[in-house]
Design a protein around this ligand. Structure first.
Ligand code: UDX
Length: 433
């Protein structure tokens, strides 16, 4: 099948590359010429395990190509929209990139077409897309909402082994073309969930906000555990082993970040306000996420002492919003760094993949040094702060941690072995543990 992907961010690039690997002929479009040039040479703009190899393989066998031209991209059976929809200040998703793209599509379209939306878009957007293109061209559009559930850091794995494929569509022809698109995955029919377009649009928001709620729930319990001298690891085991609850997304810590959860919760609150529905649940989810950040920050200030802060330096492990990605958008680590830089002597930062990306966001600060490895400059730091749970941080070389001047570790993701650290004579501060 011949398909075109509009937008080569995380979702577009991973989906396009993987669809090509399934045997489809794929053209990926982006307005960014530099990005398209390096992608055409097989250089990925993102760090995503497994992606580079599939990208190179499919460029070589000519199933995958890149363009900035809508004329070329519109010569297809199926257009898949993967355009970013960042949150405006009001929380409302910003659809201006999507609208610009629709203008170009209606200008260059030469036949009736199926348009699949993978971007997370407000309820009603697919209908808007259909009306917009049908009113500004002479062609008929079949709209399909096919939200993505790829997690950064394991997006390739999620693509080839999806938990489910949600398809919101309004015609038999749309169902058939989506079956054909996913057929090479060889999934059992129960994995395909067909529904109304509006239901599919809302399913994406509901899914992400449920997970964010689960995180805020366990974080609230961790706040109680801190005061009750209970251990959040034990509580997680205690509740997560109930199959109705499950133990995924029950890791207490610094809270959720990234380009999806914060934006999607804000969007849901915005819809509720628009529909004049009570918005207390998701507002509290957001508030707890914010509380966790300040509780952790206060633990650092209290342990070091406000007066000594100006003379203290910190080693920070982890800059990306979660492990196995170089994405620093809405990263809690960067938020903490921005808050601390003005108040401390120096910050030493290390991340296995996200140092280059962090430079862009932290360029205005002069008291920052980027480290070549996790232990470089450890002896210059008073304490260690862990913000992102990369696997290499989880079993640290205890001997090297001894060089911390104040012998204190703040574990923002609750992943270090508290017993081992305490035994080594180092103070440990977690969240609920
Ligand atoms: C999310 C959804 O999981 C995915 O289905 C959707 O398509 C896009 O949004 P992603 O943002 O890549 O994926 O990351 P995810 O693994 O969901 O983590 C989001 C945030 O929650 C991260 O900051 C992570 O650190 C945090 N988190 C996750 C926790 O704080 N605790 C947990 O138990 C799990």
């Amino acid at each position: 099948m011949k398909i075109s992907i509009i937008g080569t961010g995380y979702v577009g690039l991973v989906s396009g590359t993987c669809f090509a690997d399934l045997g489809h002929s794929v053209i990926c479009l982006d307005k960014d010429k530099t990005k398209i040039k390096s992608l055409s040479q097989g250089e990925s703009s993102i760090y995503e395990p497994g992606l580079d190899e599939i990208l190179k393989r499919n460029i070589q066998n000519k199933r995958l190509s890149f363009t900035t031209s809508y004329k070329i991209a519109c010569q297809t059976d199926l257009l898949i929209l993967c355009i970013d929809t960042p949150a405006k200040k009001t929380g409302e998703p910003n659809l201006s990139n999507l609208k610009l793209s629709l203008k170009s599509i209606s200008r260059d379209l030469k036949k009736d077409i199926f348009i699949v939306t993978k971007s997370t878009v407000p309820i009603g957007t697919n209908q808007y897309i259909k009306n917009f293109i049908e009113n500004s061209s002479s062609f008929k559009i079949n709209i399909i909402s096919n939200p993505e559930f790829l997690k950064e850091g394991c997006a390739v794995q999620d693509f080839f082994f999806p938990s489910r494929i949600v398809i919101g569509c309004e015609s038999k022809a749309s169902r058939e073309i989506m079956k054909e698109l996913y057929a090479p995955l060889g999934l059992p029919s129960q994995k395909f969930i067909y529904m109304k377009v509006q239901s599919a649009e809302l399913t994406k928001y509901a899914s992400n906000s449920f997970l964010a709620t689960k995180i805020s729930f366990i974080n609230k319990i961790s706040q109680i555990a801190d005061h009750a001298n209970a251990d959040i690891h034990e509580i997680k085991k205690g509740i997560g082993s109930d199959s109705r609850i499950g133990n995924e997304f029950l890791n207490a810590g610094l809270g959720y970040g990234g380009s999806c959860f914060p934006k999607d919760i804000k969007a849901l609150i915005n819809f509720e306000k628009k529909f004049k529905i009570d918005h207390s649940l998701f507002s509290v989810v957001e508030e707890i996420n914010n509380q966790q950040f300040f509780i952790f920050y206060k633990k650092i200030i209290d342990a070091i002492g406000q007066k000594r802060l100006k003379r203290s330096s910190f080693m920070i492990w982890g800059l990306s919003f979660k492990p196995n990605t170089n994405d620093v958008r809405d990263s809690i680590a960067l938020r903490l760094i921005r808050l601390l830089t003005d108040q401390v002597k120096h910050l030493y930062l290390y991340d296995p993949e996200a140092i280059r990306e962090s430079h862009v966001y932290l360029s205005q600060y002069s008291n920052i040094t980027y480290c070549k490895n996790a232990y470089e400059h450890m002896q210059s730091a008073n304490a260690l702060i862990l913000c992102t749970e990369w696997p290499e941080f989880q079993n640290p070389e205890i001997k090297k941690l001894h060089s911390l001047k104040d012998k204190k570790i703040f574990d923002g993701r609750n992943v270090l072995n508290k017993e081992v650290i305490l035994k080594a004579g180092i103070e440990y501060f977690g969240l609920g543990s």
